[in-house]
Design a protein. Sequence first.
Length: 123
Amino acid sequence: MELKRRFFLFGIGFSIGIVLLLFFLNGKDASCNYLPNARMLEILRSKHRVFDDEVLQIMTEKQIDSASIVNLLLKGDIDFSKSKVHQEPCRYYWIDGYIQEKETSIYVENCDTIVTIQRLYFE
């Protein structure tokens, strides 16, 4: 079979596959998080969040609302070198990002059903 013909047939099959995927996934909230950072942030966002008293005090002083923390969990970066990912029963994650255009870091405890924001560093 000629090389041109192979590419032509591949293109037809690929196009049909894309159309079918768009048809079946249309309107669904499907996502594919393959990288560890995105996958872990999605898990942290999906659980119930609790704030430590010290964090709540800093949030009221700096006028930070919980939506800013959720945004940090959406767009932040996990620093795995500062995190304790193999600890049992709860794992700890260090997340860096921006709140109100200032560098911010949070230290999060991830247990089975609950996520506790333990520390907040707001510069």
